[in-house]
Design a binder for this molecule. Structure first.
Ligand code: ADP
Ligand code: MG
Length: 247
């Protein structure tokens, strides 16, 4: 049986004194692809930011266990070192830091080991080729002047270079044209193996035509109201979220 990677129990969380997550459970095993769907404002981004340890959110009840260890109180950088990665819904521009230097910094911070520069550069070049990102982008400032689609592809580049155990993609496919969705999906497929797991938050069922989801969760009002296999996506597309929760 596959090993448990992440286990969330009865998670309640607040932001600025407002309760957003209202008792959420989620279990992810190695080798699995999980999709999270749900209407705007349901709490999807809140959930994944809390998994990553964003300081803005306060966990008021419940636990987050990663590889058997309670990480509920750990800081974001500690979680990253344990192998959790979150791609942002709206990646920030960072003038003064190039894509390559950012990735080098992130890689050494996460592994805690000195970088083998030549091997790193070779790996970066290969992954950029695979994602169809022009080589010149390695020396450009992170996300500065990147189109929406380029920012999203760059998030996938980060994921592939950092090779986390749990990769969480928050609407990484939104704003991508169909060719870019294919490239990103192929990148994710390449990344996926029996030792890691992926959580994808999406409104776009296109990416799910390229990637097989093991579980689909519907989040509404801070709770998971329905779990199914990939056939749930068709049901959602037909019925809409408003009619999906009725048990
Ligand atoms: P989703 O990603 O599912 O669209 P979010 O997790 O971003 O939803 O937001 C969930 C709810 O939390 C929304 O009602 C949103 O308005 C609220 N929220 C998010 N951030 C804040 C904040 N800083 N202050 C107050 N409410 C917030
Ligand atoms: Mg969101």
């Amino acid at each position: 049986m596959a090993e448990k990677l992440l286990e969330i129990k009865n998670l309640h969380a607040e932001v600025d004194g407002k309760e957003i997550l209202k008792g959420l459970d989620l279990e992810i095993k190695k080798g699995e692809v999980h999709v999270i769907m749900g209407p705007n404002g349901a709490g999807k981004s809140t959930l994944v930011n809390i998994i990553m340890g964003h300081p803005k959110y306060e966990v008021t009840e419940g636990t987050i266990v990663f590889e058997g260890e309670d990480i509920t109180e750990l800081k974001t950088d500690e979680r990253a070192r344990k192998g959790i990665f979150l791609s942002f819904q709206a990646p920030e521009e960072i003038p003064g830091i190039t894509v390559e230097s950012f990735l080098r910094g992130a890689r050494s911070a996460i592994t805690g080991k000195p970088l083998k520069i030549m091997a790193f550069k070779k790996e970066l070049k290969e992954i950029m080729e695979q994602l169809k990102i022009d080589e010149s982008y390695a020396q450009r400032y992170l996300n500065v002047g990147f189109s929406g689609g380029e920012k999203k592809k760059n998030e996938i580049l980060q994921m592939m270079m950092l090779n986390p155990k749990l990769a969480i993609l928050d609407e990484t496919d939104s704003g991508l044209d169909i060719d870019a969705v294919k490239i990103v999906s192929n990148g994710v497929k390449e990344f996926k193996n029996e030792e890691n797991a992926i959580v994808i938050i999406t409104h776009n069922s296109k990416i799910l035509e390229f990637l097989k989801a093991d579980y689909v969760h519907v989040v509404q009002d801070g709770k998971i109201v329905k779990v199914g296999d990939s056939s749930l996506i068709n049901e959602i597309n037909e019925k809409g979220f408003a009619n999906i929760a009725a048990v």
